[in-house]
Design a protein. Structure first.
Lengths: 80, 168
C-alpha cells in the first residue's frame, strides 16, 4: 500500500505460507487460521493472491469447506 | 486393527448438565457397542456459529475421538442424527490401521487443543503472553489468538492482493 501509485510491479511474497512454516498444519478445526485465507465476505482467497502452492491451497480449500460444514466458517458472510 | 476417527459435533448451547451427560453417554455407548475404544471426549465450550443452524446461533462444541471400525461410525452418526440436542456433526477419519495393543491414549491426546489453539513455536512474534492460555477452552484465549492472526492478515494478504491486481 505504501508502495502505491503508478508502479506496475512490486514485490510479492512467492513462498507458500505452509511450505515456509512447517510447524503450521492445516486443520478444519483451526478456524482462526483458515479465516486468514478467506475474504471478509467468506470467500476463499485464490492462489494467485494468497501465494500458496498447489498442494497446500488444495488442502486449505478442503479444510475451509469442512469448517463451513460444521459452522466454524461462514458460507457467506453478512453484507454490512 | 482399528481406525482412528474424530467427530466434532455441535450441541444446543443452553443445555443443563444432565442433558450434556446424556449426549455423552449416548455417543460413547454407540461407539463402545460396536467394539470401539474411546480416546477422548472433550467439551470445547460455547462458540458463536458462523451461521445459524436449526435457528440456533450459538453452539456448544464437543470433540470426540475414538478407535473403531466403520460400523461404529454409522451407529454414532445415526445416534447423533436422531438426537434432538445435537445440531450438527462432522466425522473425519484420522488414521487407518491402528493397533489398539500398541496405542497409547495419553500420547495421542497430547496434540489436541480446542480449535487448535495451542502454544505454537515460541518465535519472535509471540513472546510471553503464551503462558496464560492453559490449553483449555477459554473465550479470552481464543479471541486473543484470532486477533493475532487478524493482524498478520492485514500485513500479508492484502499486500499480495493489490500486487496481483495491478499486474492483471
Amino acid at each position: 500500500m505504501s508502495t502505491g501509485g503508478g508502479k506496475k510491479f512490486f514485490f510479492r511474497r512467492k513462498v507458500c505460507t505452509f511450505c515456509a512454516d512447517k510447524g503450521v498444519s492445516l486443520d478444519y478445526k483451526d478456524y482462526a487460521l483458515l479465516r486468514r485465507f478467506t475474504t471478509d465476505r467468506g470467500r476463499i482467497i485464490p492462489r494467485r493472491i494468497s501465494g500458496c502452492c498447489a498442494k497446500h491451497q488444495r488442502a486449505l480449500t478442503n479444510a475451509i469447506k469442512m469448517a463451513r460444514a460444521i459452522a466454524l466458517l461462514p458460507f457467506q458472510a453478512a453484507e454490512d | 486393527m482399528l481406525r482412528k476417527y474424530e467427530t466434532l459435533f455441535i450441541v444446543r448451547p443452553d443445555l443443563p448438565e444432565e442433558q450434556m451427560a446424556n449426549v455423552k453417554e449416548r455417543a460413547t455407548a454407540a461407539v463402545n457397542s460396536r467394539g470401539g475404544i474411546e480416546v477422548t471426549y472433550q467439551d470445547w465450550g460455547k462458540k458463536r456459529l458462523a451461521y445459524p443452524v436449526k435457528k440456533v446461533s450459538k453452539g456448544n462444541f464437543v470433540y470426540f475421538r475414538y478407535l473403531a471400525g466403520g460400523e461404529a461410525v454409522s451407529e454414532l452418526e445415526r445416534v447423533l442424527k436422531v438426537h434432538d440436542d445435537v445440531l450438527r456433526f462432522l466425522t473425519v477419519k484420522l488414521d487407518e490401521r491402528i493397533d489398539p495393543a500398541s496405542f497409547s491414549i495419553e500420547e495421542d491426546c497430547k496434540g489436541i487443543y480446542p480449535f487448535n489453539i495451542r502454544p505454537r513455536e515460541p518465535s519472535a512474534e509471540r513472546p510471553a503472553e503464551e503462558g496464560d492460555e492453559e490449553g483449555s477452552e477459554g473465550g479470552e484465549g481464543r479471541a486473543r489468538r484470532s486477533s493475532r492472526w487478524g493482524g498478520e492478515t492485514a500485513a500479508e494478504a492484502p499486500a499480495g492482493g493489490e500486487g496481483s491486481e495491478e499486474e492483471n
